[in-house]
Design a protein around this ligand. Sequence first.
Ligand SMILES: NC(=O)c1ccc[n+]([C@@H]2O[C@H](COP(=O)([O-])OP(=O)(O)OC[C@H]3O[C@@H](n4cnc5c(N)ncnc54)[C@H](O)[C@@H]3O)[C@@H](O)[C@H]2O)c1
Length: 324
Amino acid sequence: MKVLVTGAAGFIGSHLVDRLLAEGEEVLGIDDLSSGSLANLADARSTSTGKFTFSRIDVRSDAIIDFIKRTKPEVAFHLAAQVDVRKSVSDPIHDAMINVIGTLNVLHASDQAGVRKVVFTSSGGCIYGEPGEDRLPVGEDQFFLPDAMPESPYGVSKRIMLDYLRYFKKIKDLDYTALALANVYGPRQEPAAEVGLEGQVVAIFSRRQLAKRLCTVYGDGTQTRDFVFSDDVVSAFVAARDKGSGELINIGSGVETSVNELFAELSKITGNDMEPRYAEARPGELERIVIDYSKATEVLGWRPQHDLQEGLKQTVAYFRAHPK
Ligand SMILES: NC(=O)c1ccc[n+]([C@@H]2O[C@H](COP(=O)([O-])OP(=O)(O)OC[C@H]3O[C@@H](n4cnc5c(N)ncnc54)[C@H](O)[C@@H]3O)[C@@H](O)[C@H]2O)c1
C-alpha cells in the first residue's frame, strides 16, 4: 500500500514512518523541517530499499496539493502541525494557517486524488477544554458538551477540523479517523527551546536530569497529565489505517500522573538527586487531564502495551545514548 505521512520528520511522524516501512508499506514522507529533523529519518532513508521518499513541502503551499494529486496515496496520515500551544496564543493566525488551512489543503487534495482515508491527529489534552473532576477520565462523548471549550487557539484548530472531516466524509465520501492523543513521550522527542513546550515535559526533565541540571516545575506539580508512549501511539495509527471509520478516538494511557510523580519516577531512572525548582504556573495549562481509551480498544483493538515506568526507561536510554 502507498501511504502519505505528513510531519514525517517529527517526533511521532518519524516513528510512524519506521513502523509502516517495517510492515512493507511504500511511504511518502513530507515535512517542511520547521521543527522536525532529517536525523529522525536516518533509518528510513538508509534501510528502506527504495520504499521511502522524502519531500520538503509546506502544507500551507499549493505544492502539497500538487504532490497528493500526483502521487495518489491510498491513506494519508496527517501529523504535520504547529504544535506550540503558547505560540498559538501569541499568534493564532500562524497556528490556523498551518493547522486549519494546511489540513484543509491535505483534505481537499485527498478528496481530489481519490485517497481512501485520512488519519488525522487531534489532541486529547486540548479539544475537551478543562473537564473538571467529575468528568475524568474524559470520553469522546464529551466533545459535544456545550462547555467543552479549548483553552487555546491550538485546541480550537484541532477541534474544528473535526467538522471538516465530518463534512468531507458525508458529502465527499472521504473516510477519516481522528486520533485524540494524550501527552505523547518517547525517544526522539526534542524540547523546542530551553523551556520547551508543556507537552514535552518528559523530554525536558530527562535531558536536564541526565545533564545534572536543575528542572523547573511550573505550578505546585500536582497538575496531572496522561502520558502515553510513542510506540503505543504508532500502533494506534497503524490500526486506524483500516479501522475506526468516521470516528474520533482517544489514545492515552488512562492513568493520571502528576508532574511531581513524573519527576520522581524519572529521578529514579536517571539517578538524579536534585530537587526541582518551583515557578509560577503558566497560563492556559490544564489542571487535570486523563482520558478514557475504552473506545480505542473496542473500535481499533488497541490498548497501551507500555506502562509509564517501562516507557520512561526506554526514553531515558535513548537520551543517554544521544546526548546533545
Ligand atoms: N506530542 C504530543 O504529545 C501530541 C499530543 C497531541 C497531539 N499531537 C499531534 O501530533 C502531531 C505530531 O506532533 P509531534 O509531537 O510529533 O511534534 P513535532 O513538532 O515533532 O512534529 C510536527 C512535524 O510537523 C512539521 N511541520 C510543522 N509545520 C509544517 C508545515 N507547515 N508543513 C509541513 N510540515 C510541517 C514539523 O517540522 C514537524 O516535523 C501533531 O499534529 C501534534 O499536534 C502531539
